[in-house]
Structure formats: structure tokens, C-alpha cells
Design a binder for this molecule. Structure first.
Ligand code: IPM
Ligand code: MN
Length: 353
């Protein structure tokens, strides 16, 4: 097949991991007889530097004429002055909102090869396989906001409509049906009105999925349950903010934030694929970044936007095989273990594909 992929490297380690992902996709294209056309665009801090806008119109146009978007990461200390009027993160948020990518899928699993060095006891980590479904285009990220400006008050608003909750709940229930049929919905219904609407709506949507067991957790309790009984979870659905926080917490289960991929989807096949990690300014440009989160995001792109299941599985198997062969980037290496550079790890995966 022929597909056009918008490639947005962004800032920090973004360009390093994205560069390896396009190499990997080239290898997939060659092996399986596809043609992937990459069209590169600017986003985030680099786009602010070059154009003054974290999401230039040209980038939006590139994405509009593509089948899917592959993104690295945005942000960094250079642009994080709290008095700055525009943040690199606005570029990413703008992209999610422009395309209405309301369902953010973040799978988290443990790797037996890494269990020993995890901060949690290995027995707790057995068979952890969680899919987070994070609502991505509403909630407190997009509610009415007051910057401080001249005054002394600022606020953000957590706002949800029934429809917004229902559409992400439907994605989560359907995902659970294809897995172990357990859904945990996370909210703060004991305090927040928007979260009472969240819970009522999830209960209502559940009527269409009576083969799925539904559990509710308050977000504070959920943070604790995630670490004390991680392998009891199957699919977890949460609002924008809570999903953001819980998915970073859950990265501890996988061994490193560098391992986690994500897909941001809407009702059709179009999607944005990015690792969960950020720009890691401390290691940018040093060849130390872990490309796994990016690679597994590329696999999700093949699966969800292009329908190439065998090709997606080939990437996932090659990542597993490289880990089983003992290759470790700096973030997942134990003391004394040899460290593979970003490129060396990528070579190991690409040669296995
Ligand atoms: C994420 C990131 C973003 C978010 C930032 C960079 C805007 O933390 O994708 O999880 O908060 O959604
Ligand atoms: Mn985050």
C-alpha cells in the first residue's frame, strides 16, 4: 500500500527517536512491499523559534493531507519561562484539538526481561497488561481559562458534556470487549460535579456492554491501586488530566517512561502517534534516548491508521527480541550493564524486522 505520514520531530530527543522510527518504517515498507511517504513539519519550541507559532498553518496542512501523524515530543527549558505568552505544548494540544483526537490509547505492559530492576517487587509485576484510554480533547485542559494577567487570580475549568464522556467510554468498553472484559473508570465523583457526570455517563454507556465488568475508582485511590494490584487491571478510562497523571505513574510498571507508546484517535482511521515520554532535555543530542516508545507508537500507526496488523506485530516482536537479546538503553540498564545507544538499539530492532 501507499501511505503518507506527517512527521513532526519537535524538540529535545524528539528528532532522534523520530529519525529512527522513519528508518524502521522504511525497513517495514521494503520487507512488506509498501510505500511510505514522509512529509516533515515543525511543531513546538522549534516552530516558535522559526515562525513564532508552535503550530504553524503549514504543519496543519501537512497533517491534513496525510493518513497519519508521527510525532516526537515538544517543549524544553528554553521555552518554559512561566511569563512566556506561548508554550510549545500549545502546538501539541492544538493539533489534538484541531483533529478531534478524543481517545488517547496508552498501553502499558511489563517486560519479564526488566522485572528484576523494577522498583516494585517482581511478583507484583507479573502479567501486567493495562490499556489506558485517556480523554484527550476536553476536560480541564480545554475548559475556560483565566491567565493571571494584571490581576491576582487565575483559574482553569474542568468541564465535560455527556456526549464527550460517552464517546470515550464507548472506545474504552469496546477495547475491553476485545481484551479481558474488565473496565475501571477513574474519576473524582465525591468532590467534582464534572466527575459525577462522568460516572453517571459511564454507568449509562455500560448498559450497551453487559459482558464487560465495570469498576469505579476515585483518582486518589487509583494511584495506590495501580501500584498494589497492577495486574488486576485490564482497561482504565479516565479524563484528560487524571489520564495524563496515571499514565506517567504506570510507566514505572513498564520499567521506564521511554517504553510507552500512544495513539490518539477519533472515529475514523486517522490518528496521531507519539511516545508518552517528553523531550528529556538532559539527554537530548547524546544518543542516549530509548526509541522503544517511539517504535511501538509507529507499530500502533500501522495497526490503527493503515490496518497493517502483521507489520505492527513484526515491530513489537522485534522490540521484544532485542530486549531478550540483552540490549539496553541507558534508562533500562542495570548498573554495570553495557549501554546501547539510540542508534545501536534501533539497529538491533531493524535487523530483527
Ligand atoms: C502527554 C504530555 C502532554 C499532556 C503535554 C506535553 C502537553 O504530558 O502527552 O502526556 O499533558 O497531554
Ligand atoms: Mn503527560
Amino acid at each position: 500500500m501507499k501511505a503518507t505520514i506527517a512527521v513532526l520531530p519537535g524538540d529535545g530527543i524528539g528528532p532522534e527517536v523520530v529519525g529512527q522510527a522513519t528508518r524502521l518504517l522504511d525497513a517495514i515498507a521494503e520487507k512488506y512491499g509498501h510505500e511510505f511517504v514522509f512529509v516533515e513539519g515543525m511543531i513546538g519550541g522549534i516552530a516558535i523559534d522559526e515562525t513564532g507559532d508552535p503550530l504553524p498553518a503549514e504543519t496543519v496542512a501537512i497533517c491534513e493531507s496525510a493518513d497519519a501523524i508521527l510525532l516526537g515530543a515538544v517543549g524544553g527549558p528554553k521555552w518554559s519561562d512561566p511569563t512566556a505568552t506561548v508554550q510549545p505544548e500549545r502546538g501539541l494540544l492544538g493539533l489534538r484539538q484541531h483533529f478531534g483526537l478524543f481517545a488517547n490509547l496508552r498501553p502499558v505492559k511489563t517486560y519479564p526481561a526488566l522485572a528484576e530492576q523494577a522498583p516494585l517487587r517482581a511478583e507484583l509485576l507479573q502479567d501486567v497488561d493495562i490499556l489506558f484510554v485517556r480523554e484527550l480533547v476536553s476536560g480541564i485542559y480545554f475548559g475556560e481559562r483565566q491567565e493571571q494577567g494584571e490581576g491576582d487570580v487565575s483559574y482553569d475549568t474542568m468541564r465535560y458534556s455527556r456526549e464527550q464522556v460517552a464517546q470515550v467510554a464507548n472506545v474504552a468498553f469496546r477495547a475491553a470487549q476485545g481484551r479481558r472484559k474488565i473496565l475501571c473508570s477513574v474519576d473524582k465523583a465525591n468532590v467534582l460535579a464534572s466527575m459525577r457526570l462522568w460516572r453517571r455517563t459511564v454507568v449509562e454507556v455500560h448498559k450497551d456492554y453487559d459482558d464487560v465488568a465495570l469498576e469505579h475508582l476515585l483518582v486518589d485511590a487509583a494511584t495506590m491501586h495501580l501500584l498494589t494490584r497492577p495486574n488486576s487491571f485490564d482497561v482504565i478510562v479516565a479524563g484528560n488530566m487524571f489520564g495524563d497523571i496515571l499514565s506517567d505513574e504506570a510507566s514505572v510498571l513498564a520499567g521506564s517512561l521511554g517504553m510507552l507508546p500512544s495513539a490518539s484517535l477519533r472515529a475514523d482511521r486517522f490518528g496521531l502517534y507519539e511516545p508518552v515520554h517528553g523531550t528529556a532535555p538532559d539527554i537530548a543530542g547524546k544518543g542516549l534516548a530509548n526509541p522503544i516508545g517511539m517504535f511501538l507508537s509507529a507499530a500502533m500507526l500501522l495497526r490503527y491508521s493503515l490496518g497493517l496488523e502483521a507489520e505492527a506485530t513484526a515491530i513489537e516482536a522485534a522490540v521484544d527480541a532485542a530486549l531478550d537479546a540483552g540490549l539496553r538503553t541507558a534508562d533500562i540498564a542495570r548498573a554495570g550493564e553495557e549501554i546501547a545507544s539510540t542508534a545501536a538499539f534501533a539497529d538491533a530492532v531493524i535487523s530483527r524486522v
